[in-house]
Design a binder for this molecule. Structure first.
Ligand code: CTP
Length: 403
């Protein structure tokens, strides 16, 4: 499972570096987000421009480059990732790793990281068989570094054959996926998320809906999947693509959403981010309601089921952690605290959706986390970032409950 997993690819200086660009593509096809570091030697084989174009962001090259230290910094490069892949790993790079060198960006990052490392060695068969390389390999294995390849076959140099060819990009992808499988703060957990608006039909062509874009709910589903959870996303009509690696159930009305949510249980965690219509027309006209006659029709509304409250109040099969949102335009925290009690959920993320905030439909969000323990103000940030922060908190809470 590589969907939304962050991979830092370190490209070493060997002829196999030409395959590393293809590796970036293959990882991206599986949904991974790839960042790239090129060693000095690698730049004789591929350019930072080419690698950066494939990654969709600049490739990093220098330890003492003020610009990249200011933008990201080598410690963040080392930590803001789920896995580091070194491909090709040359004999020289392996020796430096085994010796704990940190004189350039690639080796400094490898030394500073607390994340798993996968190397794909590539070198001449004699260099691979050399005692020093085998000694370094044994040391790296002892240090917990994972190895894929090398394969045997023809070398780039004419007439040279043996063990030393870099593993093929698809083999490296498979090895990366195997390492990341079952990792992440929500590994092994089942998470249910609702997202988007519901639409309540009036007749075959008209409906009542709201301005929810589904961005926050979809970001939460994405972040939970990236953290290793099995995720079911029950979504109203939105114009967003399905998040990778998530099972999406599409619904229109609140009643359909409730049914889909109940069918998706059991779950360890449920996050209700959908903007569910509070009311629906009592009667849905089978044919289009026409003008004329006795003037404009009167719509009689009935209340929709409260999905969050229904699930939070379940006697059996209640998820361990039930989280709601409170969309308010005034007295945000007071209303959120009242909702927490009334709906019986564990946490409420309260947000001010007054038009001036631009939150409804916008890319950023400012939330307060309201729980029995109190109120926590989170910084204003992108909806993706709110989602990642929430997922981290959920992971920490589940670990706490287990103890
Ligand atoms: N919610 C729900 N089912 C409903 C209404 C709301 O599951 N029929 C959930 C939302 O997904 C959200 C939370 O309840 O997590 C609060 O939604 P909100 O619209 O803020 O509150 P309402 O219950 O609709 O109350 P009001 O409209 O009076 O503010």
């Amino acid at each position: 499972m590589l969907a939304n997993r962050r991979i830092l690819l370190i490209i070493g200086g060997g002829i196999a570096a030409y395959k590393s660009l293809d590796l970036i593509r293959r990882l991206q096809e599986r949904g991974a987000r790839v960042r790239c570091i090129l060693t000095g030697a690698a730049q004789h084989f591929v350019t930072p421009l080419a690698a950066g174009a494939f990654c969709g962001e600049r490739a990093y090259t220098d330890l003492f480059d003020a610009q990249s230290e200011f933008d990201v910094g080598h410690i963040r490069l080392a930590r803001d990732t789920d896995l580091i892949v070194v491909a090709p790993a040359t004999a020289d790079l392996m020796a430096k790793m085994a010796g704990g060198n940190a004189a350039d960006l690639a080796t400094a990052v490898l030394l500073a990281t607390d994340k798993p490392i996968l190397i794909a060695p590539a070198m001449n068969p004699h260099m691979w068989a050399a005692k020093a390389t085998q000694r370094n390999l044994a040391q790296l294995k002892t240090d917990g570094v994972r190895i894929v390849g090398p394969n045997s076959g023809e070398m780039a140099e004419r007439g040279e054959a043996g063990v030393g060819r870099m593993a093929e990009p698809n083999e490296i992808v498979a090895a990366a996926a195997a390492i990341l499988h079952g990792t992440g703060v929500l590994a092994g957990k089942r998470v249910l998320v609702t997202s988007g608006p519901t639409s309540e039909p009036i007749d075959p062509v008209r409906f009542i809906a709201n301005r929810s874009s589904g961005k926050q709910g979809h970001a939460i589903a994405t972040a939970a999947a990236a953290a290793g959870a099995e995720v079911v996303l029950v979504s109203g009509s939105v114009s967003l693509p399905d998040p990778p690696g998530v099972s999406v159930v599409r619904v229109e009305t609140a009643q359909q959403m409730l049914e889909a949510v109940e069918n998706a249980l059991p779950a360890d965690v449920a996050v209700f981010a959908a903007a569910v219509a509070d009311w629906r027309p009592r009667q849905v006209s089978g044919g289009k309601i026409k003008k004329g006659g006795s003037g404009p029709p009167t719509l009689e509304l009935v209340e929709n089921p409260d999905i969050l409250a229904t699930i939070a109040h379940r006697k059996s099969g209640r998820p361990n952690l039930v989280i709601g949102f409170a969309a308010e335009t005034d007295d945000v925290l007071a209303h959120a605290q009242a909702k927490l009690k009334k709906k019986g959920c564990d946490w409420i993320l309260a947000n001010d959706v007054s038009p001036a905030t631009g939150i409804m439909g916008g890319d950023d969000n400012t939330v307060h986390l309201v729980s029995a323990a109190g109120v926590e103000a989170w910084p204003s940030q992108s909806k993706e970032s709110v989602a990642r922060m929430l997922v981290e908190r959920i992971g920490a809470q589940l670990r706490k409950k287990k103890r």
